[in-house]
Design a protein around this ligand. Structure first.
Ligand code: SME
Length: 160
């Protein structure tokens, strides 16, 4: 598999996610190591969208523990039901946060983070990890990001 990402210039978001899906699938299909696949996924998303922070928190011993990411250093452990990530885990659903200051219990790893989306990764119906994406702009994420990221994360359940 080629390690080059092909990104057509000027695509709208939904088309950008659609062009990434087969490339991420090809990049990860023959690799059995979960960490390697999560690390490349964070890099793919950062390269394609220039996200401020993008990475994974992995369910370990009833906590979320920081996994592969791209961006500034981040908090390492999050309890179930805490913050946006812990809420996404507890409720097994995507959470879109247009303004992090308005989300009760938001965990601020960086004061530059202004909006956020968290997408759970499911394996056999259970949340095994979450994808967290932060922006330094308000209301960065919308339904197109939700749909695109949820589709990409359907690939990820098989890595666990
Ligand atoms: N803001 C997240 C914590 C993780 S950092 O944003 C990387 C939350 O509230 O769960």
């Amino acid at each position: 598999m080629s390690e080059t990402l092909f990104l057509k210039p000027g695509l709208p978001k939904a088309a950008r996610y659609a062009e990434l899906h087969p490339q991420l699938n090809a990049l990860t299909a023959d690799e059995a190591d979960c960490t390697a696949n999560l690390a490349n996924t964070a890099a793919v998303l950062r390269q394609a969208f220039g996200f401020f922070w993008v990475g994974f928190y992995i369910v370990k011993n009833e906590e979320l523990v920081l996994g592969p990411f791209q961006g500034p250093i981040a908090c390492t452990r999050i309890r179930k039901g805490r913050g946006v990530c812990g809420t996404s885990w507890a409720e097994a659903r995507t959470i879109l946060v247009p303004d992090v200051e308005a989300f009760p219990g938001h965990i601020a790893c960086s004061s530059d983070s202004k909006s956020e989306i968290v997408v759970p990764i499911l394996k056999n119906g259970r949340v095994v990890a979450v994808l967290d994406v932060d922006s330094d702009r308000l209301a960065e994420f919308d339904e197109a990001d939700q749909a695109g990221l949820e589709q990409l994360m359907q690939l990820a359940g098989a890595w666990f």
